[in-house]
Structures are given as C-alpha cells and as structure tokens.
Design a protein around this ligand. Structure first.
Ligand code: ZN
Length: 92
C-alpha cells in the first residue's frame, strides 16, 4: 500500500511540472510569466534584499524573485512548455 501511494504522489508532481514551475515556495503557472531577467538584480542599495536574484515578471505587474538555479529551472520549463504548443509545421 505504501509503495503505491508514493508512486501516485510522484506521478502528480510530474504532471504539475508540465505547466507549473516551483520558485522558492510558490508553484508558478508558466503561462503567467511575461519575461525572465537575464542578469541578476543590482541596484546598489545597501539594504537591498534582491541583489543577486533574478526577476521573473508575471502578469498584472507582479514579480517574483528567483535564485540562479530556480531561474534556470524556470527557463527550461518554459522552453519545454512552449515546445508543446503547436507543431513545427506552423513556422513554414
Ligand atoms: Zn535592489
């Protein structure tokens, strides 16, 4: 019983990964992402809490902030997800 419960849980998490990407403690739907910063934030403020983090811009003027690993995972997830839209034929 325990094994099959575990298997089901993993299965759900894999499905979620296809349209959601976890950043920090948030599952972010990929379709809400407008753009992702290519360079880490730097504004020069001594008390800045975002320095070295990458901005992930969402719809409706929201932003979340990700470390480099999370940013790269988000980029990968977006690329895989976009690859699933339409077929390559549409580019001809
Ligand atoms: Zn700053």
């Amino acid at each position: 019983m325990r094994n099959s419960e575990l298997f089901q849980k993993n299965d759900e998490e894999e499905n979620m990964a296809s349209i959601m990407c976890k950043i920090d403690d948030k599952h972010v739907p990929l379709y809400r992402v407008m753009w992702i910063g290519d360079l880490p934030h730097f504004c020069g403020h001594e008390d800045c809490e975002r320095e070295g983090q990458y901005e992930i811009r969402l719809e409706q003027d929201e932003s979340i902030w990700a470390g480099r690993e999370d940013r790269d995972r988000m980029l990968d997830a977006l690329q895989q997800w976009q690859g699933g839209i339409g077929s390559p034929d549409e580019w001809n």
